[in-house]
Design a protein around this ligand. Sequence first.
Ligand code: 3HC
Length: 311
Amino acid sequence: PDEDLAAYFAQVVDAEQKIEPRDWMPEAYRRTLIRQIAQHAHSEIIGMQPEGNWISRAPSLKRKAILLAKVQDEAGHGLYLYAAAETLGITRDELVQLLLDGRQKYSSIFNYPTLTWADVGAIGWLVDGAAIVNQVPLCRCSYGPYARAMIRVCKEESFHQRQGYEILHTLAHGTPAQQAMAQDAVDRWWYPSLAMFGPPDGDSTHSTQSMAWKIKRFSNDDLRQRFVDMCVQQAEVLGLRIPDDDLRWNEQRQAYDYTQPDYDELMRVISGDGPCNRERMAHRRAAHADGAWVREAAAAYAAKRAEKREK
Ligand code: 3HC
């Protein structure tokens, strides 16, 4: 009976075990995982656009090769995550269609433009750095396929963060023009990176339930704070300034006090009114249309092979 199944589900989650695809789970658990994992996967794929924007204009062959590897990794992260979402009973084609129809979202952060090469460094240091702070706890998520996907993603994100940090370090110790370019990128990416962690806990619709189900292990504000505390020392080593006049160590809290991002801006960007939303979606729709022949060819080939096997 359902109450025994629900009790079993709660026992498994409370015991820090994993819920697997064939286990019984509350419908709302399944739905919120599909929403979050799909949004996560869409973010990886859309995120290839701002980052990929600089592959053909990287300042050296070495930088080009590293950036190419990073963007390819993001595609792979999307693949692991779509595969994890499919274990919940929805197909990748349906998820892509939900994205293209604007009925599923991707991370706000990728709706900002990459204006200079230094943005590639700022994305690596700040956006991939924020992603790591958010994704390491997800390795302990109660849903098995998602937690396991995160373990490999986190290893690759660490490389992404390192290469971005090294780009900024090179620029920040370069000519005055390079230093100015690096500082400008940090000025533009700092607050959108803080907003990436989601609305403040008081405005978070899913946090309570998501934490009860051990999907979310720490609150949006806790992870945001952890990210700020991590970045302050790194900015000092870089010799770059975090654009926040009220940033200061709070001895009593043993953490930095900092200025919150503009959450009205976050809501506008989430609802489609960010600097690059239209461009990102137009590009994604065009890529889907341009790739139709590949999908059809692959399906035709698979059908032929299946026919042969039956003979
Ligand atoms: N961008 C877009 N939507 C966001 C958002 C953001 N930065 N932050 C919150 N939202 C949405 C939520 O999806 C939710 O939408 P809904 O109303 O349609 O259900 C709503 O705002 C309320 O937010 P909640 O805090 O209640 O939502 P969650 O409990 O889902 O928490 C989250 C938000 C922390 C982003 C959580 O979904 C999460 O941890 N997701 C997995 C991580 C992820 O998606 N990361 C993408 C970053 S990009 C990346 O990692 C690629 C790397 O290469 C940089």
